[in-house]
Write a protein that binds this ligand. Structure first.
Ligand code: SF4
Length: 622
């Protein structure tokens, strides 16, 4: 029997969903294999491909904002295949009353055992409503009436679940998805907007030993060109220090801190120096916090009286001290929020931009299963609502969506729309400054097309320097100022590719280089502009915390953390490149007064003729 899985997600390849592989399906597949001897699975994001493989049963998982899409997937499957279609995921679990008859049956809650029992019915030619009633955790229609079976009990000891069949997800990793693992299920806190918080299910945790086996499995399939980042996609990871100590000890004993970099979630009010120290020890690249708001009043509402802005500053200080990257989530659009509260959030984000590595700003949305949802559907407007034609896509937390339920009571929608634009600009400038991948016209081309607005002085000086190093008769130059995640296929090939401080901007720079280098002609050249940490301006930037976010966004701060000239030399070796020529380029500083430079030279005991420079390096393939 061929068992197919597909997740209903936005078609936009840049969506966050594509950062992760569908690990939930790998969990179900391993459970089916262990307890039912099923071995034939296909996990696909492309519905046409999935249909063309003619599976015998398909499982679709869906979040609320994609529920409409899940229904449309089911309709398309019905047109081609006469097979059972099972709906699972957070939407139907959170709000099973919204079940649509286009699906054969919906799975409420954890899906492993329920899905197995459904597949067993199919194997025994008894996949019919008569038999559904004996399976726990289902919703379906019978005689035009919605039926719920007895609730499925949650798995108490999640270590009893077999390790997910990670090898089924390899194609996602090949396409650049990060590895992700779950070390727990659920969360003990009660933030009003969050789905796990609305459930009565207790949080459960994997043991350190089990986490190590998941990492070992990833290690076995990991190819050199794949991401070395592991996202711990728990609702909340760093909760209990004692447990964290055990996990970190096990990770270090197995040397996974050398092999992987981790990203995880923590909570500001329970964060401590010891947690930061432990996260650093396990090689955490950044830890994400739901800071949510710059206003204590709004925080009290969203996080049920447990988080304060003052604590957020303390958390940022701790992370700075331990050199831990910080990711952050913010929510705007609460019913009680005033214009002043919105402004406080804006300025909290803006003022801390140099200490936060990633930002995500969303709008408050009543997601099924959350505490907010329960209030929302019992409101006068909605209590008699029929959910057959409910606009599920209106429950999208994305700030860009224009069709949404407007909750604030202290300002109007027009004001919110204007504020949203400001927040979106802020988010974009912080996360994606300089984010065009291919920029044909940079230093050497039409300056109007560069992103270095107002930096013509810099361009002119660079232009001169680059013309010294670029070989004769070069016509076709590709200059890359900053990388983005996805690559648009290009037809042209280039004589020279200039990496204009772009390698420094991403963690997986070798993979990025491999993708871009496909566009170099045979015998072509690479030029790398590389920061020199000893360039005195860079040093002063660090000392003064003065990062040029107008030009570089917040990336400049990170650049110093993970790419040095030494890194570059090992990169040259790994990529089999040959250095043909290099220039150490000095720049006349226009940022710091000579007086300051002189003082710093004195303090650092640098000789009068101390040179400060960055590198321009010409390379070829060996
Ligand atoms: S937002 Fe985070 S801390 Fe709050 S309930 Fe959800 S998972 Fe838990």
């Amino acid at each position: 029997m061929l068992i197919g899985f597909i997740r209903a997600i936005e078609k936009n390849i840049n969506s966050r969903a594509y950062t992760f592989s569908p690990l939930n399906f790998a969990y179900i597949a391993s459970y089916l294999e262990k307890y039912g001897n099923y071995t034939n699975f296909i996990i696909e994001d492309d519905l046409n491909i999935l249909i063309s493989k003619k599976p015998d049963i398909i499982g679709i998982s869906s979040y609320t904002q994609n529920y409409k899409q899940a229904i449309s997937y089911a309709k398309q499957i019905r047109q081609s295949l006469d097979i059972p279609i099972i709906l699972g995921g957070s939407h139907i679990t959170g709000f099973p009353k919204s079940f649509n008859n286009i699906f054969s049956v919906g799975v409420i809650g954890e899906g492993e055992q329920t899905f197995l029992e459904l597949v067993n019915l199919l194997k025994n030619n008894s996949f019919d409503k008569k038999h559904f009633s004996k399976i726990k955790g289902l919703v379906y229609y019978e005689n035009e009436k919605i039926v719920f079976t007895e609730p499925r009990e949650t798995i108490k000891n999640i270590d009893e679940l077999p390790n997910p069949k990670i090898e089924l997800l390899e194609k996602y990793f090949d396409k650049g998805a990060s590895y992700n693992i779950h070390t727990s299920r659920g969360c003990p806190y009660k933030c009003i907007f969050c789905s796990p918080a609305g459930s009565t299910i207790k949080a459960r945790y994997h043991s350190a030993e089990r986490i190590i086996t998941d990492l070992e499995n990833i290690s076995k399939i990991k190819k050199n060109n794949q991401s070395e980042i592991i996202y711990i996609t728990d609702d909340l990871f760093a909760v209990n220090e004692e447990r964290l100590e055990k996990i970190v000890k096990a990770i270090k004993e197995n040397a996974f801190d050398k092999k992987f970099k981790f990203i995880c979630h923590a909570r500001a009010d329970i964060f401590s120096k010891n947690i930061a120290k432990l996260l650093k020890e396990m090689n955490t690249l950044y830890v994400s916090f739901g800071f949510e708001s710059g206003s204590d009043k709004v925080l009290k509402y969203l996080k049920t009286n447990s988080c304060y802005v003052k604590k957020h500053y303390e958390v940022l200080d701790i992370c700075k001290k331990f050199n831990l990257g910080v990711g952050s989530y913010f929510i705007i659009g609460s019913p009680i929020e005033t214009k002043e509260d919105l402004a406080k959030t804006y300025w909290f984000i803006s003022n801390n931009k140099n200490y936060i590595n990633l930002f995500a700003i969303t709008k408050l949305t009543p997601l099924p299963n959350s505490i907010l949802w329960q209030e929302f559907i019992s409101s006068d407007d909605l209590k008699n609502q029929k959910f057959d034609n409910f606009e599920w896509d209106k429950l999208d937390t994305n700030l860009e969506s224009e069709n949404y339920f407007f909750l604030p009571q202290n300002y109007d929608k027009f004001f919110f729309e204007e504020a949203k634009k400001k927040f979106l600009d802020l988010e974009f400038s912080l996360n994606f400054k300089n984010s065009s991948l291919f920029q044909k016209n940079g230093f050497l081309g039409n300056k109007d097309c560069t992103q270095f607005e107002g930096q013509n002085f810099y361009q002119e000086s660079m232009k001169k320097l680059l013309s010294e190093i670029i070989p004769e008769n070069i016509k076709n130059i590709l200059e890359i100022n900053s990388p983005v995640k996805t690559f648009d296929e290009r037809e042209n090939f280039f004589d020279v590719i200039i990496f204009n401080h772009s390698l420094e901007q991403i963690i997986n720079y070798e993979k990025y280089f491999d993708e871009v280098s496909k566009y170099l002609k045979d015998n072509g050249y690479y030029i790398f502009l590389i920061y020199n940490i000893q360039f005195i301006e860079n040093l002063l930037d660090i000392i003064f915390g003065n990062f040029d976010s107008n030009t570089y966004g917040i990336r400049q701060f990170n650049n110093y953390n993970y790419f040095s000239f030494k890194t570059f030399l090992s990169f040259v070796k790994n990529k089999n490149l040959k250095i043909e020529k290099y220039i150490k380029y000095k720049m006349t500083s226009n940022k710091y007064e000579n007086k300051i430079l002189e003082q710093v030279k004195k303090i650092l005991n640098l000789s009068e003729d101390f040179e400060y420079f960055n590198y321009i390096i010409l390379c070829k393939n060996k």
